[in-house]
Design a protein around this ligand. Sequence first.
Ligand code: PGA
Length: 249
Amino acid sequence: MSRTLAPGIQLQVVSAAEFAAAAADLVQAVVQRKPDAVVGFPTGDTPLPMYHELLRRQQLGAINLSSLRAVMLDDYLGATGDDPVSFHNWLKRTFFDPASIDGWRLWRVPTDPEGIEAACRTYEQGLAERGGVDLQLLGLGLNGHIGFNEPGTSPDSRTHVVHLTPSTTTANAAYWDEAENVPVYGVTMGIGTILEARSIGLLVNGRRKAEILRATLLGPISPEVPASFLRRAQHVQVVADEDAAALLA
Ligand code: PGA
């Protein structure tokens, strides 16, 4: 089922079984049109099956991912170098290495606390030098965040350091042995940065995201739900499974 919610925003509701393929289709479409497309990749449970599906398609020869240029959405401040907990390393292990996306094709969110503000500006320049982002993929936080743009973030924000909310650190705690080790600072593309992408794919699955997806798509456009600002963008495809879409009727 596909439905237009606002001039720039299209909702595609699929079964849970179809979710990974529908998400992978967004990447496949952009790469078929432009093999060296600039694609922004998120981490998390939501996109994981999409990465597996993309790798499966590449193994079958149905798609060639090795020419695309990858950019990152967010990471933890201080997760430098080869820190295994960084989002960079999660993406490298999960997707970039098996997809043969060489390191030089990746533009990495800065994570070194030293000189971080200048590095955030350099990150933005790097996006511009690549001609901007062709497709930015996003998960949706339980608190409505996109990237690490927590409630209260300005829609004009650029790449910046964030003090993560308890909702986010609790959600992230599953990845850590000790709750006190979960980082409390992140670095993220800003909402303004995200909205400049030529197209955006918002991926949402599971019943626990149904309330926040409803607030994102049908509630007020407000900093309290950062994802609601996506309704100001021109080309947004929301891919939701039936559980996540349960409250949209
Ligand atoms: P999740 O995270 O995919 O692990 O649910 C989404 C997000 O917080 O952006």
